[in-house]
Design a protein around this ligand. Structure first.
Ligand code: NAD
Length: 373
């Protein structure tokens, strides 16, 4: 891989490799864009087959965080970290504390959080070395499980979709096929059932499905049948890449709106969805509730504020639909454009001379004077 060519192409600012032999730490932090603020993104622990695979993953994920934060109206940039190792075997206090010390050395440019393969307990070790971490335990001012917020945000996005497609925003008048009965799928099924909606659900884990059937009266379907369900909305809440050339011809839904990351196998599949008359709520915009929730930790966590902010997802999705209509582009592209326009605008707003900059200058001058004296 020609790394610098790749960084230039994807627009990354900085990539940092950390190694610490005694703890076994091999980590990469990618900071994609800090025009809006410090780069925030989770720490993924995974037994990557090669260093190249780890680099590719961290570059892709950190870029995604820039777009997610930007479209969500957050004053945060995009970053991500990967830790090479098996989360089932290779975790230790030393590993996460070493990682904490290293990211502390980045001077606040990167803030870490939980991701695939890491937990709140791991974040607590990192927190012993640096405060540049969110998603810590509630006793330290953390925000706890993000899934209910992600599901609540997804529900707000669904309301925007219903409004656009049917001229009403009542989930109780619609039917839903939820793929994945995990943390987010569970809460989404709960919120939709409470609103009076008809809910179909599937999962490879039969116990999780049964739980939702028993608790909310949902109807179980198989993991293959889910694509053929006759419902208004398909809500992918499990895997990425589920909108692809095999599934597309089967979908009879009017709307695709769910929490899963990277739902489109490629952007072309998003365009093909629209050509079939199916409205798509871009994944990184509709599933930003979890990010908004942890971001509030940085100002002192407040649950009510978190819910208020997550409610804004309805407006964000509506704005994406308006832009798509105005510019005659698919919704996935409108989301990207909204994010890019915000980054470009805020970068320009930051140009004028500020007092903070002046303080820094005078600090340097007195330091220089001291040295000369
Ligand atoms: P989870 O691991 O709790 O649940 C995922 C569920 O999907 C599991 O129950 C799993 O058995 C099921 N599953 C796996 N393969 C499947 C298949 N082929 N068919 C049907 N079900 C299958 O994860 P989660 O936290 O609920 O997240 C769900 C999705 O939302 C993921 O894509 C995640 O990246 C995304 N997301 C989650 C959050 C959050 O706050 N948890 C935030 C943003 C995005």
């Amino acid at each position: 891989m020609n790394l610098f060519q790749k960084l230039e192409g994807m627009g990354h600012e900085q990539v940092v490799f950390f190694q610490h032999k005694d703890s076994g730490l091999k980590a990469i932090v990618a900071i994609h864009n800090t025009a809006l603020g410090p780069a925030l993104g989770g720490l993924r622990m995974w037994p990557y087959a090669s260093d190249d695979d780890a680099v590719k993953d961290v570059l892709r994920l950190s870029r995604g965080m820039t777009y997610k934060a930007a479209v969500s109206g957050l004053n945060l940039g995009g970053g991500k970290a990967v830790l090479i190792g098996d989360p089932a075997k290779d975790k230790s206090e030393g590993l996460f504390r070493a990682f904490g010390r290293f990211i502390g050395s980045l001077g606040g440019r990167y803030i870490t959080a939980e991701d695939v393969g890491t937990t709140v307990d791991d974040m607590d070790y990192i927190y012993q070395e640096t405060d540049r971490v969110v998603g810590v335990h509630r006793v330290h001012g953390g925000s706890g499980d993000p899934s209910p917020f992600t599901a609540f945000g997804t529900l707000q996005g669904i309301k925007a979709c219903l409004q656009k497609k049917y001229g009403h925003d009542d989930p109780g008048k619609a039917s839903f096929a939820i793929q994945g009965a995990g943390s987010v799928g569970y809460y989404l099924a709960k919120f939709l059932s409470e609103a009076g909606a008809k809910v179909f659900v599937c999962d490879i884990n039969a116990e999780r499905v049964q739980h939702i059937v028993d608790e909310f009266g949902a109807e179980a379907v198989s993991t293959d049948q889910i694509y053929d369900v006759d419902a208004n909305v398909f809500a992918p809440c499990a895997l990425g890449g589920v909108i692809n050339e095999n599934t597309l011809p089967r979908l009879k839904f009017d709307i695709v709106a769910g929490s899963a990351n990277n739902q489109l196998e490629t952007n072309d599949h998003g365009t093909a969805l629209e050509e079939r008359g199916i409205l798509y709520a871009p994944d990184y915009a509709i599933n930003a509730g979890g990010l908004m929730n942890v971001a509030i930790e940085l100002q002192g966590y407040d649950r009510d504020r978190a819910y208020r902010m997550v409610s804004s997802i309805r407006d964000i999705i509506s704005r994406i639909f308006l832009l798509a209509e105005r510019d005659g582009i698919p919704t996935w592209q409108a989301a990207d454009r909204l994010a890019e326009e915000r980054i470009a605008m805020i970068s320009k707003v930051k140009i004028p001379y500020t007092k903070r900059f002046k303080d820094r200058l005078s600090g340097r001058r007195s330091h220089t004077t001291e040295m000369m004296g």
